[in-house]
Design a protein around this ligand. Sequence first.
Ligand code: FAD
Length: 297
Amino acid sequence: IVCGETMKINEIARNKKVTFSYEIFPPKPNSPVLSVYESLDKLSAQRPDFISVTYGAGGSLVSNKTLVLSSYIQDRYNIPSMAHLTCINSSKQYILAVLEQLKANGVYNVLALRGDKTPDITPAGDFNYASELIEFIKNNSPEICISAACYPEGHIDGGFEKDIQVMKDKYSCGAEHFISQLFFDNSHFYRLMDRAAQLNINANIEAGIMPVLNKNQIERMVSMCGCSFPEKFRKMVERYQDDKSALLQAGINFATEQITDLLSNDVKGIHLYTMNRPEVSEKINENVRYLVDYLNA
Ligand code: FAD
């Protein structure tokens, strides 16, 4: 396994004009673990620049899956991985142990997050915000490349201007790379890029793209992240929502158009939320791969 410097996301980003990366999630309890490995076989064949693995809100079992999958991606496919890590429900001691485990497994990229507050879990009290986790990682494991989340339409509890300042805090605390929340109107992302540049946030910002798969997912997105839907998107959903395959195809086309426009506007990275659906990312990859390779040539 190649690890350390060569696998760090900020290095990869520095050496490329544009990066194209994927997000996967560990299998939920009771779902067959095999399917994630089958998915990964297909996703890795699409040669993303790196694959990030989400982290559940709850306990160590889930975090262990994040660790296992992150290290598996590097060992099996030689593709750099990034482990998501949330802090709101964790003690400093626990986070230290996770960082040690990640490093012991060659995982040197972490997406440092607060995590969502859940009514059934009392926050551990050691961390209130992602910026505190970022500072903690920077102080305790400076060899780790830290990424952080940013919000083209503001965080659901915050607001655009407040969250741009939060982004600056995260940068000042040690975040070297950002991945955005999903959005369907690229103008939100361009506004974020402009404000970040004004605030001298000198880090790569990847655009998080979520292809629409079905109606339930759209409803979940609104309640979880509060993103807005442009007229064009709304019309598309209305038109095709009664036919699963038609909506899926329209969603792939929409994501392809969104990415094409982002690439034309000098966006430095695309992070595709694959939802563990390799057949969907495969089509999007086919549609945009030539452009990404052309820009990096
Ligand atoms: P923060 O940056 O801490 O912000 C959270 C809120 O606190 C915001 O409203 C902000 O305005 C406010 N805030 C921040 N700092 C301050 C301050 N100093 N004073 C006052 N207010 C402040 N969740 C998971 O559980 N697992 C995952 O794997 C996961 N992956 C994600 C990947 C991406 C790319 C994104 C965008 C989100 C992901 N999330 C994940 C969701 C994330 O945990 C939630 O959006 C969470 O509510 C906020 O996380 P954050 O790291 O942005 O928090």
